[in-house]
Design a protein around this ligand. Structure first.
Ligand code: 4AD
Ligand code: MG
Length: 430
């Protein structure tokens, strides 16, 4: 018997004997045969036990086995083209690691029940496949940044001021002061470019958004880049390169998972740079040509985004928003101050915004005025304003939601499925 354990997906019909460990995914007990599908991190493998060929003690154990018991199986792989990966293991020995209690999750449970039992549901094939795709998204992003000479940095999560507006701030008692959970690392990344020029971070971000939608959660993972000496256009080039890299990395490395999730990848495979760019004004015109009745200053909301995304049929940027639609840090177009250098990247197939980015205001006076217009104290932002006082440079950056892009790539119903423990208005348990 080999000393080491094999993963389910490594087993070949030509192997002599193998030893496997994992959990019982499925079990069917007959008079003289027991079929077990064993699950481990690599996938599933079918195993079969015959009463006649096993010592009585081993057979008795097998008869007591149930779904999600943790087990060790030893056996001989045999070719079988009805089985997963065309291989079936004929069991020669079987042991419990932990027999345990009856597993409470079975098929056809309500979403609510699944969320209450998220800690157990994470073993499901669906959850595992999504988490594998998400791991690839994070890995591909880091790889792309590394290949393009960005430094990974570690901005704080506990902060003293808002980045994305006061309405969605979570506040907490910080000794005798009030602090907030970070909404975005952006302002800190802006400070970091003065030493490192091209930086990124992957951090949790928090938004106290009260609404329940399929694309909002209250805690998400934010992949943010910030670049010195890069303008609005250059920033979009970086985003489209990064997103294209992630998409193709996942297509290449997660074929099995996407297939299991029933993701039709036809549209994803077509994705290449450059992405279309349309201005906010053009977006409003397209929408009005398609049954909407919008004025030039109206918001492009979820429904509008979804419509545009279906019409255009590929990832695209909406650029040059009305200045007052966007936060204080976005650079104003000095030629026509109605507009600002902000862009949203919209994913196709109705998934909508996955990135917001843009050029940052580097003019000291305009920045101070914009902070005052928000009704905030310039004292709280003194450090941020300082960045425009000593060798200010044009710079740009963006934030990509790891859950938004995973949601799109997996083609899921709700973004909540991309988080092992999603945080929503009604839930901080488990
Ligand atoms: O559009 P947002 O709010 O932009 C910023 O935070 C900028 N400061 C980023 C930057 O320039 N560094 O958030 C950026 C992205 C969104 O496009 C979306 O992908 C994701 O973060 N996001 C959320 N994802 C899930 N649930 C939420 N409630 C999200 N809010 C933002
Ligand atoms: Mg946005």
């Amino acid at each position: 018997m080999p000393e080491n354990y094999k993963f389910a997906d490594e087993v070949k019909p030509t192997d002599s004997l193998v030893r496997l460990r994992g959990w019982i995914y499925r079990i069917r007990t007959m008079k003289k045969k027991i079929f077990i599908v064993l699950r481990d991190a690599s996938g599933l493998i079918q195993c079969v036990a015959s009463k006649e060929e096993l010592p009585e003690k081993v057979w008795n154990n097998l008869e007591n086995a149930a779904v999600e018991n943790s087990i060790i199986i030893e056996g001989k792989p045999v070719e079988d083209n009805r089985a997963i990966n065309n291989v079936e293991v004929h069991i020669t020995d079987f042991k419990f690691i932990h027999k345990g209690e009856v597993f409470p999750i079975s098929k056809d449970q309500s979403q609510e029940f699944i969320r209450d039992n998220a800690h157990l549901f994470l073993r499901s094939q669906k959850a595992v496949n999504i988490m594998k795709v998400k791991a690839s998204v994070l890995r591909a992003a880091r790889e792309w940044f590394y290949n393009n000479s960005f430094y990974e940095t570690t901005p704080p999560i506990l902060t003293g001021s808002a980045c994305e507006g006061g309405a969605t701030l979570f506040s907490l008692k910080y000794f005798d002061k009030t602090a907030y959970l970070s909404q975005s690392a952006q302002l800190y990344l802006e400070a970091l470019i003065y030493g490192l020029e091209k930086v990124y971070s992957v951090t949790p971000s928090f938004r106290a958004e009260k609404m329940r939608t399929k694309r909002h959660v209250n805690e998400f993972w934010h992949i943010e880049g910030e670049e010195a000496f890069v303008d609005f256009e250059g920033n979009m080039n970086i985003q489209e390169e990064l997103v294209t890299y992630i998409v193709h990395y996942v297509l290449e490395n997660n074929k099995k998972e996407l297939k299991a999730l029933n993701r039709d990848t036809t549209e994803l495979e077509k994705i290449k740079t450059p992405f279309k760019r349309i201005t906010y004004k053009e977006a409003i015109d397209i929408l009005n040509d398609n049954g909407f009745n919008l004025k030039w200053d109206d918001d492009i909301k979820t429904e509008e985004e979804r419509t545009l995304s279906k019409i255009i049929g590929e990832p695209f940027f909406i650029t040059m928003y009305p200045a007052h639609h966007k936060p204080f840090y976005v650079k104003i177009d000095q030629n026509d101050p109605k507009w600002c250098f902000s862009a949203d990247l919209i994913a196709p197939e109705g998934f909508g915004e996955i990135i917001t980015g843009g050029q940052r205001e580097d003019d000291l006076e305009t920045l101070v005025r914009r902070i005052e217009e928000e009704g905030w104290s310039t004292e709280d932002y003194k450090w941020y304003i300082d960045l425009r006082k000593y060798g200010s440079v044009p710079h740009s950056g963006f934030g990509l939601g790891a859950e938004r892009i995973t949601w799109w790539l997996c083609g899921l119903d709700s973004i909540q499925e991309t988080l092992p423990f999603p945080r929503t208005r009604n839930r901080v348990y488990p």
